[in-house]
Structures are given as C-alpha cells and as structure tokens.
Write a protein that binds this ligand. Structure first.
Ligand SMILES: Cc1ncc(COP(=O)(O)O)c(C=O)c1O
Length: 280
C-alpha cells in the first residue's frame, strides 16, 4: 500500500496533510530526494542522503536527523508499504510558521517520506529513444541544490510536451548545454562520452555518478567538460539520466535527428553496465 510518513505520523498517502503554514507550501522552501527501490531495497540511498545533506547545507536548513536515522525511517516506511518496485520520496521543508520570508530560529524542519509504486516506464522509450527540445537556461544559480522550488522545470516540461518532446534541455547564453529539466545530459562523439561538470549549473545526479563509474569500467573515454548546443546536435549519441528512468536515449533534438536516429551502442552498453552494477 502506498504510504506517507510525516514527522512521525504514518498512514495512507491520501490521509497525509500538511499545514497551510508549511514553508514548502508557501515558499517552495525545501529540498528533496527521489530514491528508487528494486525488489524492496533502495538503491544508492547513501548517495541520496549525502546529496540531501549537501542541499540542506547550501540552503541553510539544519537537519535534525542523522544519516542513520533517515536511513532507518525511509527503510521502515518502504518495508511497511510492502511495495517492491517503488519510488521513495524524501522531502524536508524549513518548517511551519506564519507566512514571513524570514523564518523563526526555533522552527523545526518537516520531514515527509512517501513510498509509491513505480510508474510504469514505457519500454518504447528505451527501444526507440525520445525527442528533446532545447531552451534558454532560466533557472537560478544553485542548480546543484535539489530544491522543491520547481516551477521553472514545470514550465520547461510543459513546453517540451507541447512540442511533442519528453525533455527540455537548458542552454546557457554562450551555447553551453547544462542539463535537462529533470535529468542530466550526456553526448557521445567519436567514442568519447561528454557531460557537464558537477558545478552550480547542474544537479550532481546519482545516475550521472554511476554512468561515469560504469564508463570507467568499460574503458570508455570520458570528458567531464562543458560542450555546446552545436556539439549536442552533431553528436553520434545523446542520452539523459535520472534515478527513475535510469538511462534514456535521445534521438531528436529541436527536430534535428541525432546520429542515425536510433538509440546508439554506447548508450545501450552503459545501461547494461549500470543494470549489472545495480544488481551486485
Ligand atoms: C534537474 C535535474 N537534473 C538531474 C536529475 C537526475 O538526478 P538523479 O540521477 O540523482 O535522479 C534530476 C532528477 O530529478 C533533476 O531534477
């Protein structure tokens, strides 16, 4: 059964309620993680909790829970749900207080954990690849924070959807490709894998981290450096990464066919390598 845990309360998702004074509700003042569970076990929970701590530090939220406690709470909710293939959502908001930009010092953060069935991913995404659009980067300067303030990403996804695409890829004024609205972006050119460095312009994706690890074991040449929109469109292969869908080939960007218009061998090899690593 899909469950929600809220500050110690545990019950069905539908029954979980937060105050209208929750700062996440009023200001988008919070951070989150999405962890995927396979066969009842969360994958890379440590990496996700480490990133949660990093996000909290950057946005100046003092987490009152230690790593072990968060691990115990999330694992407990997952076990209680009985769901084997799940998305575990962890959200921390600054707390609850009457709406005021400056919050009181004594505020305790709110912790929400939800466990849901994984939304079925259409296998055609992997076998045929997806279309993406590009659009000017219009988010903030702290994209390494996994913030719940996601209005820019929502607008980008809506624009992509209207164009018949699945993802929107952000481009800086100088042409540099940063990342997708909810994914990291990789290109392959002449056998070399490229992705934007993990700085304030992108979320340091957990899947991104594992793709780079797998590339190393496969002896794939890797350049973690900025590349531009022209290189994106002239790439032999393009793919996006994220915890839920893992690795998804991109076969068209802004109407331009990528490579031969089919998911490429490097992308497939990395996904196979990732699946093997995950099952170890
Ligand atoms: C902006 C952004 N970049 C990258 C990612 C991929 O991160 P991860 O691989 O940790 O899921 C996400 C995931 O939601 C995201 O929202």
């Amino acid at each position: 059964m899909e469950l929600a845990y809220l500050n110690g309360w545990l019950g069905s998702l539908e029954d979980a309620v937060v105050s209208v004074n929750d700062r996440g509700y009023n200001f988008g003042d919070g951070i989150y993680e999405v962890v995927r569970a396979y066969r009842g076990v969360m994958f890379a929970l440590e990496e996700h909790l480490e990133r949660l701590a990093m996000s909290a530090a950057v946005v100046e939220i003092d987490l009152p829970w230690g790593r072990a406690e968060l691990q115990e709470i999330t694992a407990g909710v997952l076990a209680e749900s009985g769901i084997k293939d799940a998305t575990v959502y962890i959200q921390v908001t600054r707390g609850t207080a009457p709406r005021d930009h400056l919050s009181g010092a004594d505020m305790r953060p709110n912790l929400l954990v939800t466990v849901r069935h994984i939304t079925e991913i259409d296998p055609v995404l992997y076998s045929e690849g997806i279309k993406a659009i590009t659009m000017p980067e219009f988010r903030w300067q702290l994209c390494h924070v996994k913030s719940i303030s996601l209005q820019a990403s929502v607008l980008a996804k809506r624009r992509a959807s209207r164009a018949g695409a699945v993802e929107a890829i952000f481009i800086l004024p100088d042409g540099t490709v940063t990342e997708g609205a909810s994914s990291n972006v990789f290109i392959v050119k002449d056998g070399v894998l490229m992705t934007h460095p993990a700085d304030n312009r992108i979320l340091p994706g957990v899947l991104r981290h594992f793709v780079l690890k797998v590339a190393e074991t496969l002896n794939t040449a890797v350049k973690v450096q900025p590349y531009n929109i022209l290189e994106l469109k002239k790439a032999d292969e393009v793919f996006i990464t994220g915890t839920v869908a893992e690795i998804v080939p991109v076969i068209n960007v802004d109407g331009k066919t990528i490579g031969n218009g089919r998911p490429g061998p490097v992308t497939a090899g990395l996904h196979k390598g990732y699946s093997a690593l995950r099952k170890r």
